[in-house]
Write a protein that binds this ligand. Structure first.
Ligand code: NTF
Length: 839
């Protein structure tokens, strides 16, 4: 019990206005103080980065007040808490986001301007924390924003990778990877908490013993120990006092030196252990949608999961709650199978370290976890070779065998005599080399399993997880993804935000359904004009940026046709390329042809080992070279590849888009979230009936969505009946010409070899049905071109897209998780009294 004087969270804290105050004068003073006292610089020596840091610390001071207040409230109330376990959090830059959340963006701009500095330039200094690959990591970040905004007690748990997703460069049109040294100049948003470090063990063997009570127990005798050190980042909700925590773990050696080696004169040997330990959190695996069974990857997963569960036990015990209440205190969401080892680790902790019996431990475990699946691709389902797993986590292997044993008994009762089913459901794949199936562990160990879009959840039930659906139908739910309007509208599209707020007030930012009120203005010529002017102005901004970055001049009046996402064959970036080549060929054959001018913009990274995806990037750049240089198509076609697509760049692209390309093969994209960000910003979609496209189309209306392509059913049928891409090639002269042009070396300085693997793949297998969907796509694009010329119609469609996509807010998604999966309520945190009401 603390003495009374130390009870308040801000006890003894200086309340002087430059530390917490929100006036322009306070903010300016705080900035100058930080420059002097934290950066140790005066203006003549300070770099732009020093200015950024000084400002970031000034903003962090304001967050800290709310953060401590939040922690104190949660502690006092013993609040039920969501723990979001994710190997990836693609947070994006924090400064602008925090200014928006605090409601001080304009004031800070003024404060900075009064010192003859430019806020945009300082915002640009922030390195991107790229701790994720793509959709899955960005979804986690949107969800943390909604959790704080909805005032739900939550912790994000993950890994503080020293190197995030690689920086993509281009050389001769090929992707080249560079390490991402995001921490080089320091990270002002995090606070290291070494006092909450935990030990994590690996390797060794298990043995058994009888304890004092004569109970048979298993002991894990590990071989290696590393320390997990937490770094905390505050996450402030939008104009609330709730600041939740993102807690990311760094691996350190327990001792900097191995003194035995040190004393024997083996200096290098002495630091070896430190080096090996620190490798664990060194780098993010750059693969999205593929699992490779690498030892370091399993080590990373176990490392952060073990640290996090131990941290949660510390919190539980600190609040004097019994272990039996673990699942009442915490709801854990497993973001895909990456943290699924948590099921075995919590069992181990409860059994071996806290001596609960199996039944109690299992009941707590199952009531703690829920599992989200994010992919239908078979190659992305994680499996670990038994040998590797057993070497690293011998005790967990025992626990998994026991879980499996009991689970298989359950299956036998429900489906007597069905041996084939047992083999399919088993946590161990025994069809060849033996593997542990992490999705199966997650399904058995969780109370709820969800997909991320309606179609995806149906396909999980019918296909990928059909045996689990037969076993546990009550566990399955759908939770369609969502995106945060704070980052992807308020922060990134200030112009549209202001227009919308003028028309319908500012409540839509937290209640995105209210965008519906914009429908009333969809045909209002004045509103339409303003809407168009804003889009044009965003396009102008982007055009300037494109010229700076690439040297390519683009016309803001042309249609901005954008495809940005990770590179993968199923996402079919090369189908877009076939459209570009088709238009190009048409113009070459008929120079006077009437074609709606377009600027094709691409962005996205390919996994470094995914050779075909890299070849598609090369193809885009090769086609761009020819098209952009050809005077015959000038003013009609431009092709731009923006390198190093990340959250920062995304924020420039969504507001400037006319057309959003969502063209994956039906049945392959789990949901997509870029599709939602585009529609929210008034872009129209050309897309297949895949992932959340289906629901976007339902919401915006079929007449405001450009649909093409095979349905999932048709794709399945065609695959079953035998699909022959050659037939399409033979029958379609335009398709043939497009493919032949690539093959002839026309886009590759006469080199007929470079794109051969890509073309051979398309002609002979085409597993993603590009050739089958080609004509439908081309026809649909023609419609798009015509619609764009009818500006009033296009503008109306654009307004309706924004107006009708409110349901794709991550607030809606998180509310559903709270109600249907986590059973958790908001907790009100008091606003600090000295905050002037937000502007
Ligand atoms: C991605 N999955 C899916 O490919 C997207 O369709 C989906 O929108 C996001 O998850 C978020 O749910 C992955 O990134 C992964 F890693 F699971 F393959």
């Amino acid at each position: 019990q603390l003495p009374q004087a130390l009870q308040p969270t801000d006890a003894g804290v200086s309340k002087s206005s430059h530390r917490t105050g929100m006036t322009v004068e306070d903010l300016k003073q705080a900035f100058l103080d930080n420059l002097f006292y934290d950066q140790g610089k005066f203006p003549a020596l300070a770099t732009q980065h020093d200015y950024y840091m000084a400002l970031a610390y000034a903003v962090r001071d304001r967050l800290l007040q709310r953060w401590n207040q939040t922690a104190a409230t949660y502690t006092a109330e013993g609040s039920r808490t969501v723990a979001y376990f994710s190997a990836e959090f693609l947070m994006g830059p924090q400064l602008g986001k925090n200014l928006t959340s605090l409601g001080i963006y304009d004031r800070v701009r003024d404060a900075i301007a009064s010192l003859d500095l430019d806020l945009d330039a300082l915002l640009d200094e922030e390195p991107e924390p790229g701790l994720g690959n793509g959709g899955l990591g960005r979804l986690a970040a949107c969800y943390l924003d909604s959790l704080a905004t909805l005032e739900i007690p939550a912790l994000g748990y993950g890994i503080r990778y020293e190197f995030g997703i690689f920086q993509q460069d281009l050389q001769d049109g090929w992707q080249v990877e560079k390490t991402d040294k995001w921490l080089r100049l320091g990270n002002p948003w995090e606070i290291k908490r070494p006092e909450w470090g935990v030990e994590v063990k690996f390797g060794g063997h298990t043995d058994s013993y009888l304890d004092q009570d004569g109970c048979y127990r298993v002991r894990w005798v590990p071989e290696q120990t590393v320390m997990g050190i937490p770094y905390d980042t505050p996450l402030l909700g939008y104009q609330t006092a709730t600041a939740n925590t993102l807690r990311l773990w760094t691996a350190e050696a327990p001792e900097s030196f191995n003194f035995e080696s040190f004393n024997s004169g083996d200096y290098l040997g002495a630091v070896y252990e430190k080096m090996i330990s620190e490798n664990i959190s060194k780098v993010l695996y750059p693969n999205d949608d593929s699992a490779q069974g690498k030892r370091l990857r399993l080590t990373q997963q176990y490392f952060f999961v073990s640290c996090s569960l131990r941290d949660m036990l510390r919190i539980l015990i600190g609040q004097e709650l019994p272990l039996e209440k673990f699942h009442e205190k915490f709801a854990v969401q497993l973001n895909d199978t990456h943290p699924a080892i948590a099921v075995a680790e919590l069992m181990r902790l409860l059994l071996d370290e806290h001596h609960l019996n199996w039944e109690s431990a299992w009941s707590i475990t199952q009531r703690t976890f829920a599992y989200t699946n994010h992919t239908l691709l078979p190659e992305a389902l994680e499996r670990w070779p038994i040998d590797l797993f057993g070497q690293l986590l011998p005790r967990h292997l025992d626990v998994i065998y026991e879980i499996n044993h009991r689970f298989i008994d359950e299956v036998r009762i429900k489906f007597p005599g069905d041996e084939a089913r047992l083999a399919r459901l088993s946590l161990i794949d025994e069809s060849g080399e033996r593997y542990i199936r992490m999705a199966h562990l997650a399904c058995v160990g969780s109370h709820t399993i969800n997909g991320v879009a309606a179609l995806h959840t149906e396909l999980l039930k019918q296909d990928v997880l059909q045996d689990f659906y037969a076993m546990y139908p009550h566990k399955f739910q759908n939770k369609t993804n969502g995106v945060t309007p704070r980052r992807f509208m308020v922060l990134s599209n200030a112009k549209l935000t202001n227009l919308i707020t003028e028309k319908i007030g500012d409540q839509w930012v937290k209640h995105l359904d209210q965008l519906q009120q914009l429908e009333a203005f969809a045909d209002d010529p004045d509103f339409q004009n303003t809407w168009r002017e804003i889009k044009l102005s965003c396009k102008r901004d982007l055009a300037v940026f494109i010229q700076q970055q690439t040297g390519i001049v683009v016309d803001p009046h042309s249609m901005f046709d954008i495809l940005i996402k990770r590179f993968h064959e199923y996402k079919r970036q090369h189908l877009d390329v076939l459209h570009i080549i088709t238009l190009y060929n048409r113009i070459k054959a008929n120079p006077d042809i009437d074609i709606t001018p377009r600027t094709f913009i691409f962005g996205g990274k390919a996994a470094p080992g995914y050779w075909m995806a890299k070849l598609i990037i090369k193809l885009i750049n090769s086609v761009a070279d020819v098209v952009n240089r050809d005077p015959d198509v000038r003013g009609r076609l431009k092709v731009v590849f923006m390198k190093n697509f990340n959250v920062k760049l995304a924020q420039r692209l969504y507001p400037a888009a006319d057309l959003s390309e969502q063209i994956s093969t039906a049945g392959k994209e789990a949901s997509g979230t870029g599709n939602m960000k585009f529609a929210l910003n008034g872009a129209l979609t050309i897309g297949t009936l895949d992932g959340a496209n289906v629901e976007i189309r339902e919401q915006v209306g079929a007449e405001n969505f450009f649909l093409f392509g095979l349905t999932t059913e048709q794709v399945y049928k065609m695959r079953a009946e035998g699909y022959c891409p050659q037939d399409y090639y033979q029958a379609n002269p335009e398709l043939r010409l497009a493919l032949d042009r690539i093959a002839s070396g026309f886009f590759s300085h006469g080199d007929t070899e470079v794109f051969k693997p890509l073309l051979d793949g398309l002609m002979n297998h085409d597993p993603y049905f590009l050739l089958a969907d080609y004509q439908s796509y081309i026809d649909c694009q023609k419609e798009v071109g015509l619609a764009f010329k009818d500006t009033a119609r296009w503008t109306r469609m654009s307004i309706l897209n924004t107006a009708r996509t409110g349901t794709f807010s991550s607030d809606r998604a998180i509310q559903e998780y709270c109600d249907d999966i986590w059973n958790i309520q908001p907790v009100k945190v008091a606003q600090p009294d000295d905050v002037p009401t937000a502007v």
